[in-house]
Design a binder for this molecule. Structure first.
Ligand SMILES: [Zn+2]
Ligand SMILES: [Zn+2]
Length: 144
């Protein structure tokens, strides 16, 4: 399973390349205001955790968009690369980078209550409002 195009990806100019430890299966959309300003639409991404190798790091610029996360892009071509949870060092990777996207399923949408009216996805997905998403993923109180 080493040379598998389903686990590799790159930015538009090719300066930044990613390799994943396992093949991503599920893609989610985030309709939050920050993602839409960042991507001019919902960001379509998958959770890679820590299992990602980034090559061409000299071409990566990260913008700290919140207390917990940063958004990275290629400083040559501007492609959005990933959102990284800084403290956990965990990556949510832009699905558009992948060389082979055929096996992906679009399964969830978050911040659905922030979605503007001018678009709608027809896919049957699990949808969470901002409050539902935060309630689901906020760290338990005893982990602080
Ligand atoms: Zn690039
Ligand atoms: Zn978002």
């Amino acid at each position: 399973m080493s040379d598998d195009s389903r686990t590799t990806g790159k930015c538009l100019c090719g300066a930044v390349k990613i390799t994943l430890a396992s093949r991503p299966k599920e893609v989610g959309a985030c309709h939050c205001n920050m993602c839409r300003r960042w991507a001019s639409g919902p960001s379509m991404a998958f959770d890679a955790g820590k299992d990602i190798k980034v090559e061409g790091k000299a071409h990566v610029t990260a913008y700290r968009s919140s207390e917990w996360g940063e958004r990275a892009f290629c400083k040559t071509c501007g492609s959005n690369l990933y959102f990284r949870l800084v403290e956990a060092d965990s990556y949510v990777v832009c699905a558009g980078l992948l060389d082979d996207q055929d096996s992906l399923a679009f399964t969830s949408q978050i911040f659905i209550d922030s979605k503007p009216d001018f678009y709608d996805f027809a896919n049957n997905t699990k949808n969470l409002t901002a409050a539902e998403f935060i309630a689901m993923y906020a760290p338990p109180a005893d982990k602080a």
